[in-house]
Design a protein around this ligand. Structure first.
Ligand code: DI6
Ligand code: FE
Length: 411
């Protein structure tokens, strides 16, 4: 049967198309000799070149290059004030974390700096990082609050994320992470702070449409299981999807909690156990792996990759870009780390930054794969094989970048 295009369609021809279709049982869902047909911001067909009837369309010949879905960075703390380079220098010179904390370092130093800065200043600070990610092929990114820790400053961070999504050709998912740490004015009163989030920050900023999901740092140095559950049940009453920073430094059972609330993702999970994995499988929650933080903190406890694989829990990977534990504005480099440090296969790495990352953002039915009715977000690479983008670092093989059907970069 022949596919007939409409005059305004754009036909992408002669690509090796790594569809990342989860239902195709070929590596990377890679197909050749097919045309990718884009109508407006959507893919309408991927059909054999011999079975298409073209009527005055624009045909773009990519001359045998590789086409993949745009990269999705599903966990970042991109918007913040100040930096922690000097603090890190101290650490590298042997000063202990306790001493640095006692001097006012750590997360709360970023909170102080973020609170001081205006929305415009924060926007300027985030720009180069976002541009770096866009320039290497990222088309969807998640950004968390969590350095404001009061109503005004959490709102300010989320507004910056919104402004970035308007100023740049990129799709932004925003996450409320007010439960990142207890702010100084609530020291020793974590329960009261959780109440503030549940009663004011979350419902009011949700009503303003400033975020898409709620996150918590469930850890002995963050919030307890009980406090996390209180947050999740308040979120559930408002119909807000949840996710969690869990099992990063110890196993509190945060993954099972997220799973019980049918959460989108559990992130970090070095200390995840079999019970947690079974719960994730049952709830369809994505396991988000963050090798940048693992590397930067010189961790040695690996996430349970083999068990996740065995139980077919979808694994995503992300930069976790943040000033304290993962100052890496390169998802490509993180892809390499996921393979080398976490022993993911290159195909798993690709799924981790496309289809599975989309699912971690609740966008699994519209992003992260190349197939009809999906958003036309893709990258044409000056490469033949998907492994090349995992393997070589430092050079940039991005040849063209397409966001919502529109070419944003050409080489
Ligand atoms: N886990 C982390 O690794 C980061 N946040 C979190 O919940 C640390 C963020 C920071 O140090 O600023
Ligand atoms: Fe994080």
């Amino acid at each position: 049967m022949t596919f007939k295009t409409l005059p305004q369609d754009i036909v992408w021809r002669n690509g090796r198309i790594a569809t990342m279709n989860t239902d195709l049982s070929i590596p990377y869902g890679l197909i050749e000799n097919h045309d990718l047909v884009v109508r407006g911001n959507q893919i309408v067909a991927i059909v054999p070149t011999s079975e298409i009837e073209i009527d005055g369309n624009q045909v773009i010949d990519v001359e045998g290059r590789l086409i993949t879905p745009g990269l999705i960075d599903c966990h970042t703390h991109l918007v913040f004030g100040g930096d922690r380079a000097s603090e890190w220098e101290q650490r590298m010179n042997g000063v202990s974390y306790e001493t640095i904390s006692a001097q006012g370092g750590g997360i709360n130093s970023t909170v102080r700096e973020t609170r001081k800065m205006s929305e415009s200043a924060l926007f300027q600070r985030a720009k180069p990082r976002l541009e770096a990610l866009i320039n290497e092929g990222v088309t969807t990114i998640e950004m968390k609050s969590g350095y404001g820790l009061d109503y005004e400053n959490e709102e300010k961070q989320l507004k910056v994320a919104k402004r970035l999504s308007v100023a740049y050709p990129i799709t932004v998912s925003s996450t409320l992470l007010s439960a990142h740490t207890v702010p100084p004015e609530y020291k020793g009163k974590a329960d009261e702070y959780i109440d503030l989030i549940c009663q004011k920050i979350m419902p009011e900023l949700w009503t303003k449409g400033l975020f898409d999901a709620v996150d918590v740092f469930c850890e002995s140095v963050g919030f307890s299981l009980k406090q996390s559950e209180k947050l999740f049940s308040a979120a559930q009453r408002l119909g807000i999807p949840v996710k969690g920073h869990v099992e990063q430094l110890s196993n509190l059972g945060g993954s099972e909690l997220v799973a019980r609330y049918k959460g989108l993702s559990v992130d970090h999970i070095e200390y995840l156990d079999l019970e947690g994995i079974k719960a994730l499988k049952a709830s369809g929650t994505v396991a988000v792996l963050l090798p940048g933080a693992f590397y930067f903190l010189r961790e040695t406890k690996l996430p349970p990759i083999e068990l996740l694989r065995e139980h077919q829990v979808p694994m995503a990977i992300s930069t976790d870009f943040n000033p304290g534990t993962s100052p890496f504005a390169s998802l490509r480099m993180i892809m390499n780390m996921a393979a080398v440090l976490f022993k993911l296969t290159p195909e798993e790495v690709w799924a981790g930054v496309t289809c599975h990352a989309a699912k971690a953002l609740g966008r699994g039915d519209s992003h992260g794969q190349l197939k009809p009715n999906y958003v036309a977000d893709f990258v044409v690479w000056d490469a033949k094989e998907p492994v090349e983008m995992v393997y070589e670092q430092g050079s940039n093989p991005m040849y063209m970048r397409v966001h919502e059907g529109i070419i944003t970069h050409t080489n």
